[in-house]
Structures are given as structure tokens and as C-alpha cells.
Design a protein around this ligand. Structure first.
Ligand code: 5AD
Ligand code: SF4
Length: 449
């Protein structure tokens, strides 16, 4: 079968899609362009209303392919699938499979069944009480990406119920994976050539603090993964400020391969709004974490998620968000207009902030952020670091080949080099020579490794 996967949303979805691709390939299926695909798989996101709308327009587009060949069918997975469930079958007759967050482990077999004409339509929408291990490739058949970077899931779901967030409803309760399974996967990846691992979970700082826990904290897990011989870079995402342990903060100063960057969603800069958001920390606590991180690792790059226009947010509250963005000096941030999501507590909170006011706040926030980002990048000119090469740069110069890599904090660094091929997955020692709006230019100062 020829299949085409489209992924929306977070890194967890990206990783789920990569896993599904491998699982289908091991069954003899092949990836194909849309024009040739017999099966369309959408891995969906419903965290905000925009990504959800995109899912519907994408299904509209797939309908055109069904006209080309009426045996073409679609499968919808991820958060929107969990939410809408079998409702997709009524609205889009060519959708033959829906699978939620916990249903993905069974999706490859279900897809095979549907493709074979067995079971006209299938729905995998049940939540499981503990983390379900997914099939892993045999040791001899592990294929790693050319970039030598990999994601590893450490948990599923979220128990926080922030008042705006649909994730606990679409991804279910928090379920930690067994640390041995995580370590086995990480070791196998590194032995197969992976140099950078990103540990993934909705709220990694509360790893182990659920039914799946076996007494290993996130800090311990980090230490164990970091100790794997040959692992050059270790990252993790996402962190909830309320759960970050002092040991995780100090780990930034102690674990050599733990990269100096942390995505630590602040969401708002006003205690009143944070309380209504049910974030369970205040600004004083957030700042003390930031101080701790900067003390442990002075070059740490902090990034954030911020919501503007949360119900009840006043101009004064919003000003506090701007103040905090400036004070912390986030290198970059993702900022969003609050949108009502079905079933979350904030739906019933008043007064709603008008779309115009929220848009205007978003613009002011983004202007401030762009200025801070520019300053942060400018400060890096002259710094010596390594760029881990991911591929060719989008813009090519005239003489040399421009390669795109990432520094330790994950910033894009473009480097011009004589080599025209073969550099993906290599480290290049560089000196930063120029700061662009969202990236850096570096010059090579040493041997590749
Ligand atoms: N409206 C706007 N932004 C939201 N996010 C989550 N739920 C909502 C919502 N209802 C944002 C948060 C979160 C990021 C992944 O998406 O900032 O950290
Ligand atoms: Fe959503 Fe809050 Fe859980 Fe993050 S921690 S997934 S924002 S409920």
C-alpha cells in the first residue's frame, strides 16, 4: 500500500507519525506523494482552534483524491480524532479509521485490516490505564534519520487540567513509561548512530509521579540517559514550571551533554491570570526557577509559550506579561490568542476578551519578542560553538555550499563550507559571525567530528 502522512501539532505528534511510518514500512507499505497515495493518514492537533480548522480543510482536499480513485481512504489520528471520534465517519465517508492518542499502538494493524477490506470501519478511541509499549524495530533493522537526531517518548497524557487546555481530555491521564524501556530505546538509538536525543512528554517534570511510576524521578532518568556513551546532545520537552525539581535545575550545570536550552511555558505574567489558568505557580516562583537555571548554566536559552486575551485579562494584566517577557529575556516564544476549546473550564470564564483586543495585544507582544530575540542573537556574535548539521541551508551563496546546523541551544546556524555533500549528522566547530532575524551565521574554525 502507498500511504501519505500529514502531521499537525506538537513534537509528540511528529514523533508519533515517525513511529507509524516505520511500523507501516516494516509491513511493506511505502510512503508516497499525495498524487499516488492509496491511504491518507492525518495526525491531528486540537490544542487551539486554528490547527483543528486545518484538519477539516485537509479532509476537504483529500476528498478530491477519492474522486481520482474511489478505493482511496483516510485515517484520522491524534487529538481531533479523540475528540470527534466516530463523528468523522458521518461527515467524511472515505474516513475508515479513527484512532486516538492511546490507539496509535494498534493503528498499523488496524490500517492493514481496513486496507484488506476486513472491518469496514474501525475506531480505536479507548484510553489505556498504563503506558502501552509500542512495537520497536529489531536491533538489526533499526534505521535512524540521516540527521542522527531522535525523539524518545517518556510519557503520555497530562493530569494538570490547566483551565484553557484540551490536552488532558484528548490525551488522557498521565502515564509514565517504564524507565528501563526508555533507556533501552535510547541505548539502541545511540548504538545505531544517533547523537542527539529529545525526551518527550506533555509534562516531563512529573515523570514517574503516576501509576506507571517505579520510583525513578525525571532528574534520575535524565542522569541515566545522559550517561549513555556516545550521546552528544540531550534535550527534553515540555516542562511545567510547577513540577520542576531542584535536581533538574542543577542538572543543567552538571550533565555535560544536557543542552543549555529550556522551553518553560509561562503562559501569563500576572498572578491573577495564572491563578485563573490553574497553573499552580506565581510569578515569584517562576522567576526563582529562572534564577536557578541561570545560576546553574549562565548560557541557558529560555523559551516560552504565552497566551494573550485569556478571559478576564485586563490591560494591566497584559502589561505584566510584557514586563515578564522583558525581565526573563526569553530568546523566543510562541504566543497565541486564547481560544475556547470544547469542555475546558475557561469556556465558562468571563468576561471574554474581544478578538480585536487580543490581536492587538498579540502584536505588541510579538514586536517586543522580536526585539529581544534580535538582541539575544546579536550577543552571540563572536561566540565559539558547534553546529550540528541537519542539511543544506535554504539560501545558497555563490561560491561555497551553505549548510544549516544547530548550536547547543538549538538555534539555527548557517555555515558556508567547501563540502557539497556528506555533512549531515556532523558537528562543525564554528564562530558566530553574524546575527540574522531568526538565525545565526557562523564560520568554520576546526575539524568536523
Ligand atoms: N488557547 C490558546 N492557546 C492555547 N494553548 C493551549 N490551549 C490553548 C487555548 N485554549 C497554548 C499554550 C500551550 C501551547 C501548546 O498552546 O500556550 O503551552
Ligand atoms: Fe495542557 Fe497544562 Fe497539561 Fe500543558 S500542562 S498539556 S497546558 S493541561
Amino acid at each position: 500500500m502507498k500511504f501519505h502522512i500529514t502531521t499537525f501539532g506538537c513534537q509528540m505528534n511528529v514523533h508519533d507519525s515517525q513511529w507509524l511510518t516505520r511500523a507501516l514500512e516494516s509491513r511493506g507499505w511505502v510512503q508516497a506523494d499525495e498524487s499516488e497515495a492509496q491511504v491518507f493518514i492525518l495526525n491531528t492537533c486540537s490544542v487551539r482552534d486554528k490547527p483543528e480548522q486545518k484538519v477539516y480543510s485537509e479532509l476537504g482536499r483529500i476528498a478530491a483524491h477519492v474522486k481520482r480513485d474511489e478505493t482511496v481512504f483516510a485515517a484520522v489520528g491524534g487529538c481531533v480524532a479523540q475528540q470527534v471520534g466516530t463523528g468523522f465517519f458521518d461527515r467524511f465517508p472515505f474516513v475508515k479509521l479513527v484512532f486516538g492518542s492511546d490507539g496509535i499502538a494498534g493503528a498499523p494493524n488496524a490500517l492493514e485490516q481496513v486496507a484488506a477490506g476486513k472491518g469496514n470501519r474501525l475506531a480505536l478511541l479507548d484510553f489505556v490505564p498504563v503506558y502501552e509499549e509500542r512495537e520497536q524495530p529489531e536491533e538489526e533493522t533499526v534505521t535512524i534519520p540521516e540527521t542522527r537526531q531522535a525523539f524518545v517518548n517518556i510519557m503520555q497524557g497530562c493530569d494538570n487540567f490547566c483551565s484553557y487546555c484540551i490536552v488532558p481530555y484528548t490525551r488522557g491521564r498521565q502515564k509514565s513509561r517504564h524507565p528501563d524501556a526508555i533507556l533501552d530505546e535510547c541505548r539502541l538509538l545511540v548504538e545505531s548512530g544517533v547523537r542527539e536525543i529529545s525526551l518527550l512528554g506533555q509534562n516531563v517534570n512529573s515523570f514517574g509521579l503516576d501509576k506507571g511510576g517505579v520510583g525513578v524521578s525525571f532528574a534520575e532518568l535524565l542522569t541515566r540517559v545522559a550517561a549513555i556513551d556516545g550521546l552528544d546532545r540531550l534535550r527534553f520537552t515540555t516542562s511545567h514550571p510547577k513540577d520542576i525539581a531542584p535536581e533538574v535545575i542543577t542538572a543543567f550545570g552538571e550533565l555535560e551533554n544536557l543542552c543549555p536550552s529550556l522551553h518553560l511555558p509561562m503562559q501569563a505574567g500576572s498572578d491573577r491570570v495564572l491563578k485563573a489558568m490553574r497553573r499552580k505557580y506565581d510569578i515569584a516562583r517562576y522567576l526563582s526557577i529562572v534564577d536557578g537555571l541561570k545560576a546553574a548554566r549562565p548560557d541557558i536559552a529560555l523559551t516560552s509559550d504565552i497566551i494573550v486575551g485569556f478571559p478576564g485579562e485586563t490591560e494591566d494584566d497584559f502589561q505584566k506579561t510584557l514586563d515578564m517577557v522583558e525581565k526573563v529575556g526569553f530568546e523566543s516564544s510562541f504566543s497565541f490568542k486564547y481560544s475556547d476549546r470544547p469542555g475546558v473550564a475557561a469556556v465558562n470564564m468571563e468576561p471574554k476578551v474581544s478578538s480585536e483586543v487580543a490581536s492587538e495585544r498579540l502584536m505588541r507582544l510579538q514586536t517586543l519578542q522580536n526585539n529581544i530575540t534580535r538582541k539575544c542573537l546579536k550577543n552571540l556574535v563572536g561566540v565559539e560553538t558547534h553546529a550540528f548539521i541537519e542539511g543544506l541551508s535554504r539560501k545558497q551563496g555563490t561560491n561555497l555550499t551553505s549548510w544549516k546546523g544547530r548550536d547547543l541551544a538549538g538555534r539555527i546556524v548557517n555555515v558556508e563550507m567547501h563540502e557539497q555533500s556528506g555533512l549531515v549528522g556532523m558537528m562543525v566547530p564554528v564562530r558566530i559571525v553574524e546575527a540574522k532575524k531568526h538565525s545565526l551565521n557562523g564560520e568554520r574554525i576546526g575539524e568536523l567530528w
